[in-house]
Design a protein around this ligand. Structure first.
Ligand code: MG
Length: 301
């Protein structure tokens, strides 16, 4: 899909390997316990409020949490995730029982396929050219979400074991933050928790997608089996696959355990060259099982 040209990746191109190995680490929901608070306290309440789902708030909440936190959609762009929530909620019995009309999201879908950047600024520009009440509602929703995040999300700590693991990784690998969050927020969060000193570079939204980060900083500079991306969402796994590098999953809901396993076991295998194959496949299967594609309410009789 056509998007705005990626921001200059000069810092990534200028990055020079000091080690034979490279470890990339996602931030939100991977190093920092930020996904739960953002979705449960910021996104979901605004979804219920701005899309008039008050009468089915329990079902709306369960659906929004499934999409954004506990399914293959985890980490999906906010607009794509929102229409997914609408679609899944609409097929549940609660809206009909309560006479609630779940939005169709047709104007949002047109925006999503328009080629505009899927950001708030992108929607604002698109809505100026295609005025519609649904897009105005979407702007109030996204502004409400961002205001709630600014108001609510501070002091979010890293998961247990992140510091020790990054320190260990840094003994033999170049370590880089690979994130879709704005760099300013990343530098603040990684700095305030004393983690910035453990990484060689912080790559965020302005430096392109996660695939861009890997392509510019790592691919071709290290052997492919000496590049590992650590992430918590299927989009991270996809970025690693596209770049042809290894992936280590931080399992949602089992993050501390995942970091301990990376520290105690997976890093050793990575450095020893025994990570790819059966070991990585078993981790991938575990990750897939934690993030199902079928909602739990479909499995009930
Ligand atoms: Mg993440």
């Amino acid at each position: 899909m056509a998007q705005a040209a990626p921001a200059p990746a000069d810092a990534l191109d200028a990055f020079r390997p000091r080690h034979d190995f490279f470890v990339g680490v996602d931030s939100d929901g991977c190093a920092f316990d930020a996904m739960e608070i953002k979705h449960k306290e910021c996104f979901t309440p605004n979804t219920i409020k701005h899309w008039r789902l008050q009468a089915v708030s329990s079902a709306a909440r369960e659906t929004a949490e499934f999409v954004n936190l506990y399914s293959t959609h985890r980490g999906l762009n906010r607009w794509r995730a929102l229409v997914e929530v609408f679609d899944l909620l609409r097929e549940r019995p609660e809206p009909a029982r309560r006479h609630v009309a779940v939005p169709a999201g047709d104007r949002l879908r047109e925006f999503i396929t328009s080629g505009r950047p899927l950001s708030t600024a992108g929607l604002r520009a698109y809505a100026a050219e295609h005025p519609d009440p649904e897009l105005d509602q979407a702007l109030r929703w996204t502004d409400g979400v961002d205001a709630a995040i600014a108001d609510m999300v501070t002091g979010v700590p890293p998961f247990t074991g992140v510091r020790e693991t990054l320190a260990r990784a840094g003994e033999q690998a170049d370590v880089m933050v690979v994130s879709a969050t704005p760099v300013e927020a990343l530098e603040r969060e990684w700095g305030e928790h004393g983690l910035a000193e453990l990484v060689d570079l912080i790559a965020g939204q302005e430096m392109g997608t996660k695939e861009d980060h890997l392509r510019h900083a790592a691919v071709g500079r290290y052997d492919a089996d000496r590049v590992l991306l650590v992430g918590d969402a299927p989009g991270d796994r996809a970025a690693a696959e596209t770049a042809g590098v290894l992936f280590y999953p931080i399992l949602p809901g089992r993050e501390d355990e995942s970091w301990r396993r990376l520290h105690d076991e997976a890093l050793d295998r990575f450095f020893a060259g025994t990570y790819a194959g059966a070991y990585a496949d078993a981790l991938a299967a575990e990750f897939a099982a934690v993030l199902p594609s079928v909602p739990p309410w479909h499995e009930q009789p």
